[in-house]
Ligand binder design. Structure first.
Ligand code: FAD
Length: 375
């Protein structure tokens, strides 16, 4: 939708959702787009596999050609041992969008920030959102750069894209409807032999959870074990020795590591719980990406979802600023319907595994989850 005007849009968070929203707003003709972000570049960032349909989304944003120059690793599909000890494949040979990618995620995040800048976004880097006040015409947003004095910025409309923190939405009284307490513990490995690191994403289910391995640029392999917080505690999986010991149950994942050495000497844990915000829109604001909903990483849909929602939010904001107040409700309905659909597909996927009927992990993940009592 073409939209020319001087509305000031402040996006908090420069991840895939925030940047996709900024680029889409600027593509649509809005010129006053700010992004406030507190990330520090250069650090390892988890979340690296994107499916083939991301190529289409990057083309829609108008950044695909520059993306190709970034040198991320092609991913030709996935290979899984799930529901049976036999190998299954899901390759991207037949996808109309080509192959997927294994990203250097820090570099990808920086790429999105650079592309937003090129399109005309005003980026306030290394700045943390502190709070906001509603005014007659929008919000006064307070933010602060490290050791600098606090500043204020006016926004006609605010987009909360701060990931699972959801700082602005939480200030407006929204809360998360949480799903199962999934988490992962993982480690990066570096190739030290002549064997090529696989260009597929690998999955292997075991009694207490499932293993995931993905090549990342620089001949690295990221290996993570997904399970519930309870199992991590019970099996002491924050301890490297216990984590390595558990690999004995996963011969196919262990085999991938035969000519590799760990990059770090301790495993790291990441929260991977799914949730949906009860309310993701309000007067002159909306939430996108992981602020609105988070998905189980087994779907590899987090970045796609964030990018799609960012772009859709830009359309919704344009309608809203033209006077269509019901646009926000429409957006919320769409996002909740997508979340319901996601819960159904995830349940189908976990219920394909029938081998460990008494395992607390599989019982938890196979239980039906629905999004009830949400306004
Ligand atoms: C273990 C794990 C593995 C995953 N693997 C995959 C995968 O393989 N493929 C995939 O597609 N997805 C994966 N995901 C999900 C994916 O990483 C997220 O869905 C995606 O990053 C969401 O993008 P976002 O822009 O909504 O949020 P984020 O990427 O979290 O970005 C939020 C931004 O907001 C900034 N911010 C936060 N608070 C403030 C504040 N107060 N002030 C200013 N700025 C702030 C942050 O610094 C950050 O830059 C994985 C997630 C987890 C947990």
């Amino acid at each position: 939708m073409e939209q020319k005007g001087t509305h000031s849009i402040v996006i908090i968070g420069a991840g895939p959702a925030g940047c996709s929203c900024a680029i889409s707003l600027l593509n649509a003709g809005l010129s006053d787009v700010y992004i406030i972000d507190n990330a520090k570049g250069g650090k390892f960032h988890i979340g690296e596999s994107i499916p083939p349909d991301m190529n289409f989304l990057l083309k829609q944003l108008g950044v695909y050609e520059s993306f190709l120059e970034e040198g991320h690793e092609p991913c030709y599909g996935s290979c899984s041992y799930w529901g049976s000890p036999l190998r299954g494949y899901n390759d991207s040979m037949l996808s109309p969008h080509g192959h997927g990618w294994h990203l250097d995620r820090s570099k990808y995040n920086q790429f999105l920030v650079d592309e937003s800048l090129k399109k005309g976004a005003k980026i306030i880097k290394e700045a943390t959102y502190l709070g906001s006040q509603k005014t007659a015409t929008g919000y006064q947003i307070q933010y602060q750069k490290k050791r600098a004095t606090q500043k204020t910025l006016h926004a006609d409309f605010v987009v909360d894209a701060t990931g699972s923190r959801g700082v602005f939405a939480t200030d407006r009284g929204s809360y998360k409807i949480q799903g199962t307490p999934l988490m992962c513990v993982g480690l990066r490995f570096k190739n030290k032999g002549n064997r090529e690191v696989s260009k597929l994403t690998h999955l292997e289910s075991v009694e207490h959870g499932w293993w995931y391995a993905a090549r990342i640029p620089g001949e690295y392999l990221l290996v993570t074990f997904y399970t519930t917080a309870g199992v991590v505690k019970e099996l002491g999986l924050h301890d490297l020795q216990n984590w390595v010991y558990l690999l004995a149950d996963a011969p196919n994942t262990r085999d991938l590591l035969s000519q590799m050495e760990p990059v770090e000497n301790k495993v790291r844990g990441f929260n991977a719980v799914s949730f949906c915000l009860n309310t993701m829109v309000g007067e002159d604001w909306l939430a996108i990406g992981d602020t609105a909903t988070t998905y189980d990483p087994i779907t590899s849909q987090g970045i796609t979802k964030a990018t799609t929602q960012g772009a859709r939010a830009a359309e919704i904001i344009a309608y809203y600023l033209q006077g269509s107040k019901e646009a926000l409700d429409q957006y919320q309905k769409e996002v909740k319907a997508q979340y319901e659909y996601y819960l159904t597909s995830r349940s189908y996927f976990y219920n394909l595994e029938k081998r460990w009927k008494d395992s607390p992990f599989w019982k938890t993940m196979q239980a039906k989850e629905v999004l009830e009592n949400v306004q």
